[in-house]
Design a protein around this ligand. Structure first.
Ligand SMILES: [Zn+2]
Length: 141
């Protein structure tokens, strides 16, 4: 095994934290802007026309758009939380186990609040629930 594989994660410096804050603010602005333009684009006249055309496809598109908006809203919440974590001096540390998240990971995923170990654990649990849910729905069918 290479020595690098066991290298301890390092904290972001003050300067890097400041930089991350700017990255997060910028990202939030961009997503908020996208959400605003999506709202402006949903013209009530267009919906009426579509209403006469094909109800089922409109339903699908709207559901799809809501899902996207929902995801954006979740991401904005995560970004705002990350900014609060920077301000509180907690940004370098995993919310779950309080170990250092690591500069590399934070720069790659600025809105993260978990170290890689805790994130993998969380994803594993989510997958288990997902599988269980799929099994249950397939029984119902
Ligand atoms: Zn952790």
């Amino acid at each position: 095994m290479a020595v690098n594989d066991t290298l301890e994660p390092i904290e972001l410096t003050e300067g890097e934290l400041h930089q991350q804050r700017l990255v997060l603010l910028d990202k939030r602005e961009r997503i908020a802007g996208l959400m605003r333009s999506a709202e402006q684009n949903s013209d009530p006249d267009e919906l009426r026309v579509a209403d006469e055309m094909d109800l089922s496809s409109v339903g699908y598109d709207q559901a799809f758009e809501y899902r996207l908006r929902d995801r954006d809203a979740t991401l904005i919440k995560k970004i705002e939380k990350a900014i609060r974590r920077i301000d509180a001096g907690e940004y370098n540390y995993c919310e779950e186990c309080e170990s250092i998240i690591g500069a590399q990971r934070l720069i790659a995923r600025p809105e993260t609040d978990l170290c890689i170990q805790c994130k993998e654990k969380q994803e594993h649990v989510e997958k288990m629930y997902e599988k269980r849910r799929q099994r249950m729905t397939s029984f119902e069918a």
